[in-house]
Design a protein around this ligand. Structure first.
Ligand code: KMH
Ligand code: ZN
Length: 273
């Protein structure tokens, strides 16, 4: 694939609406952002939903409605987060799959997450992988630290390829407690990728641009969005998610790997057409 898959992660579970008023938290806000991001070059959306109080939730009804609305209004590959918020119980995180998205995230290990701990026990990871395969949902393996790539290779060796037969990894770099967001670490991670895997990368906060440029130069794909950064430049808040997608699309085009379409994204990661 010569183009660039741009995934938008518009909301996340960490930012509060009171701190970031333009964070999309209602279904209407989320769908409007998704439509604008698709027009700007995104092909996949990584979704966390919020409740009526704007707090993160894994409510199955809301997740199901969100998948339906995104499918109706966009052609984006719809990926639900099974990571949720650090406080979400495993059972709720597994239940996310019942909303039947095209894809879902699957984090490959436990990591310190700022002052919190993002728990991903081995048995839980295996269960996520198994249930996704059973339902034909394509995983995106989320990697917060380089050692988690060894766990991914173990998972594939012991439990086989995921639904769709392709392996797609997202390197989440620059989380305090995880791997740093720099070129040296990106290269180390690429050396540890399973053979034949495709990858995207995202840099949290001020690592956004260095990670984006390093990933592009290494032939990788990009994830951007207000889940990962709410500042566009020093002292300048992000206008909206489309602004981040537009910048990623511009860099990808300059690098002669322009954004791919949602159809090409399905082919890349193995989502049934
Ligand atoms: N919110 C983080 C604790 C994922 O979406 O799978 C986990 C996260 C990863 O965002
Ligand atoms: Zn997420």
């Amino acid at each position: 694939m010569t183009g660039t898959l741009i995934t938008v992660a518009p909301t996340g579970a960490e930012h509060a609406k009171t701190d970031v008023p333009n964070l999309p938290v209602t279904l209407e806000e989320l769908v409007a952002e998704a439509v604008a991001c698709e027009a700007a070059g995104a092909a996949m959306i990584h979704v966390h939903v919020r409740g009526a109080d704007a707090a993160p939730t894994l409510d199955l009804g809301r997740l199901t409605d969100t998948v339906a609305a995104l499918r109706e209004r966009t052609n984006l590959v719809v990926q639900l987060s099974t990571g949720g918020a650090v406080t979400d119980p495993e059972a709720d995180r597994l239940r996310v799959l019942e909303a039947m998205p095209d894809s879902a995230s699957c984090t490959m290990g436990t990591v310190n997450f700022g002052d919190d701990v993002f728990m991903n026990r081995w048995e839980f990871v295996v269960e996520l992988h198994r249930r996704m395969r059973e339902r034909g949902i394509v995983p995106e393996y989320e990697i917060f630290d380089v050692g988690q790539l060894a766990s991914l290779r173990r998972l594939l060796d012991e439990h086989g390829l995921p639904a769709g037969g392709k392996v797609h990894v997202d390197l989440v770099m620059g989380v305090p407690g995880g791997m740093p967001g720099d070129t040296e670490t990106l290269v180390a991670a690429l050396r540890a990728l399973p053979a034949g895997a495709s990858f995207s990368a995202t840099g949290i906060g001020r690592t956004t641009l260095p990670v984006m440029l390093a990933a592009l130069s290494a032939g990788g794909h990009l994830r951007v969005g207000m889940e990962d950064t709410v500042s566009f430049a020093r002292g300048e808040r992000v206008r909206d998610n489309a602004q981040l997608v537009e910048r990623a699309a511009a860099f990808a085009t300059l690098a002669r790997r322009p954004p791919i379409t949602p159809g090409q994204a399905r082919e890349l990661i193995g989502v049934a057409l």
